[in-house]
Design a protein around this ligand. Structure first.
Ligand SMILES: NC(=O)c1ccc[n+]([C@@H]2O[C@H](COP(=O)([O-])OP(=O)(O)OC[C@H]3O[C@@H](n4cnc5c(N)ncnc54)[C@H](O)[C@@H]3O)[C@@H](O)[C@H]2O)c1
Length: 330
């Protein structure tokens, strides 16, 4: 862990700030906390540990600039901070569908609470939105200007519509109260510290391959996804937060498009596993294809992903390999 701020594209980074990260003990949140500490900031990690784990941030607990607080963002919070990253929300269908009303409350009440806090303490606030706001898209790849094709009543709606409502709240707080907002639409991201049992495709395939079990592909595996490595994503977060002015939502993701079958085959190859691919029925409202149009991020943030799928998978496989061997120092 470095104590000195590292050089970044904007001088703004060099000023020490108090930063609140909600969902900080989750997969993405823990990587973000780490990067913010590396840059010399003070970080307050708020989490209700619904899907987050203490082990994700355990290695940060000795840092005097790092604090954790168990709190559910559906209740108000009053703390003095300069910036807020609002990441709290279960992100995988297994978890967000387990208690859909709580998911919607986290998106809506949670956003209102965090926006209210930002307004009171004049903090800049960042929302982790999602490519799910595009639903099962009729436009491909998806630019930010696309309004989406979302089922408002289905099993995924608590999340998709919750995130859409959260975006609306962010832009209304900006227009009505002048709150400085940043909204990122995250496309499939993977990497170390993904939850091992949340049914997301990358972690599922890796764990199945490492255990030598069958690899369960939904459908024939011809549906496509794009996969962004977590370090690339977090770099995009920081660049967006440090933009001079509020702008519309920005897609952050990797435009490299792979079929689910290609992903499964690559995981089998990299793990050296003897697992076989098997087909299961497609879940309801499963999008056929997903790929971000990242022109805005390239133009305004000078951002594009650097980590190739093969390299990112190798790092993620190494993490899960250690996890399955019972190494709890990861
Ligand atoms: N990982 C991805 O590919 C992806 C894609 C699109 C959007 N996102 C968004 O990014 C954010 C982080 O996702 P992640 O992949 O790290 O998921 P995650 O489940 O690992 O992290 C979410 C964190 O939020 C916490 N949390 C949930 N509800 C809460 C509440 N009411 N109060 C306080 N804490 C709460 C969880 O305990 C967890 O630590 C989420 O908002 C998610 O919707 C992620």
């Amino acid at each position: 862990m470095q104590n000195q701020p590292v050089e970044t594209p904007h001088a703004d980074h060099l000023i020490r700030k108090r930063v609140l990260v909600t969902g900080g003990a989750g997969f993405l949140g823990s990587h973000l906390c780490e990067r913010l500490l590396d840059q010399g900031h003070e970080v307050l990690c708020v989490d209700n540990y619904y899907t987050g784990r203490r082990s994700n941030v355990e290695h940060l607990l000795d840092n005097p600039r790092f604090e954790t607080m168990r709190h559910d963002i559906t209740s108000p919070l009053l703390v003095e901070v300069d910036e807020i990253y609002n990441l709290a929300c279960p992100a995988s269908p297994v978890h967000y569908q387990f208690d859909p009303v709580q998911t919607l409350k986290t998106c809506v009440h949670g956003s209102i609470n965090m926006l209210g806090l930002a307004k009171r303490v004049k903090a800049k606030i960042f929302q982790a939105s999602t490519s799910e706001v595009y639903g099962d898209p009729l436009v491909h790849p998806q630019p930010e200007s696309y309004w989406g094709h979302v089922n408002p009543l289905g099993l995924r709606s608590c999340y998709d519509e919750g995130k859409r409502a959260a975006e609306t709240l962010f832009f209304d707080y900006h227009r009505q109260h002048g709150v400085e907002i940043r909204v990122v639409r995250i496309f499939n991201t993977y990497g170390p510290r993904m939850h091992p049992n949340d049914g997301r495709v990358v972690s599922n395939f890796i764990i199945q391959a490492l255990k030598g079990n069958n690899i369960s592909m939904y459908g024939d595996g011809s549906q496509t996804r794009s996969f962004c490595y977590v370090d690339d994503l977090v770099e995009g977060f920081l660049r967006l937060m440090n933009q001079d002015a509020t702008m519309g939502p920005v897609n952050i993701g990797n435009p490299g498009e792979f079929t689910i079958r290609q992903l499964a085959e690559m995981v089998v190859e990299l793990t050296g596993s003897s697992s076989r691919l098997v087909q299961l029925p497609l879940p309801a409202d499963d999008p056929r294809q997903r790929r971000p149009d990242i022109s805005l991020a390239k133009q305004h943030l000078d951002w594009e992903p650097k980590v190739q799928l093969r390299e990112g998978l190798e790092r993620t496989i190494a993490y899960f390999d250690r996890l399955l061997r019972g190494d709890n120092k990861i």
